[in-house]
Design a binder for this molecule. Structure first.
Ligand code: UTP
Length: 279
């Protein structure tokens, strides 16, 4: 098994029901934050971390995601020489820098199952997972995934990004219990998916960034449906945690939950004020 993390998996097969009616015909990941779809922020973060193999785990009716990372010859011809080509430079650069592929999750059986679908692309290598509705930024510093890739070199085990959330919000997340080994770095002992507030082991919530060792695929296969009848990645990760092989990392930067309307509005305001756009 190589040490180099090359592949980033984007599970995007969910139905985005919290964002209806916007997500009736438009994938959640294609909703724009200012002028860029959420998925592009995620792929930019992966590319900035040096990951050049991008794998979408997609569902039916969400081809707009793949189309965004393909040429649109008619459009390009239309805007050639108008100056507007500049607006496509970012996404075109990603298409050149990365090898982008896509695989189908035939049934939405949960995040763990979706990650398992990527095995034929990932193979026997450590890999990253980004849930693009968690938009992460770290102005002036390395992106969250880049921070995790760096940490992987030291720990060589699975890493999940964690964040302190208000105690009354823990029931929306996977929540960890662990021992802080170094500042912001926890050796995870337990993980509970969306626990009732009074049963949560802490307020340290797992957010949508993971770095996983490939033995996770076999563990996912062995994982029965859990909370909500879905195959949960936290249940599969718990088996690695029992052997002391999962780190929780309090990342540097900000996260916006763009799967919810309030988080999406906050992200939009933040990006409008703080991130530049070519005019
Ligand atoms: P969510 O729990 O946010 O579900 O999934 P969702 O469908 O995207 O949104 P809501 O809750 O209905 O509003 C977390 C991530 O896992 C992916 C989703 O696309 C999202 O990126 N996922 C979830 C899959 O790819 N397949 C699944 O079977 C479930």
């Amino acid at each position: 098994m190589t040490d180099t993390v090359r592949c980033c998996v984007f599970p995007v097969a969910g139905l985005g029901t919290r964002f209806l009616p916007a997500t009736k015909a438009v994938p959640k990941e294609m909703l724009p934050v200012v002028d860029k779809p959420l998925i592009q922020y995620g792929v930019e973060e992966a590319a900035a971390a040096g990951l050049t193999q991008i794998c979408f785990v997609n569902g039916r009716h969400k081809q707009a995601i793949e189309n965004h990372f393909d040429r649109n010859v008619e459009l390009e011809q239309q805007i050639a020489g108008s100056g507007k080509e500049l607006l496509l430079e970012g996404v075109n650069g990603l298409m050149e820098q990365c090898r982008i592929s896509s695989i189908r999750q035939l049934q939405a059986k949960g995040l763990g199952h979706a990650i398992g679908c990527a095995e034929p692309v990932v193979g026997n290598e450590p890999f990253a997972v980004i849930l693009p509705d968690d938009l992460c930024v770290n102005p002036g510093g390395d992106g969250v995934l880049a921070q995790m890739v760096e940490l992987y070199k030291r720990y060589q085990c699975s890493i999940v990004a964690i964040e302190e959330v208000p105690m009354d919000q823990v029931n929306k997340y996977g929540v960890i219990a662990g021992t802080e080994e170094a500042e912001g770095i926890y050796r995870i002992e337990a993980m509970v998916e969306k626990p009732p507030v009074d049963q949560a082991p802490s307020n340290l919530a797992i957010i949508g960034r993971y770095l996983l060792t490939p033995d996770i695929f076999e563990l996912i296969r062995q994982t029965p449906p859990g909370k909500g009848g879905e195959i949960q990645i936290t249940d599969a990760l718990m088996k690695q945690a029992e052997q002391g092989r999962v780190i929780g990392y309090k990342f540097k930067g900000l996260r916006f939950d763009c799967g919810s309307v309030p988080g999406y509005v906050k992200a939009t305001n933040y990006c409008f004020e703080n991130l530049s756009r070519p005019d």
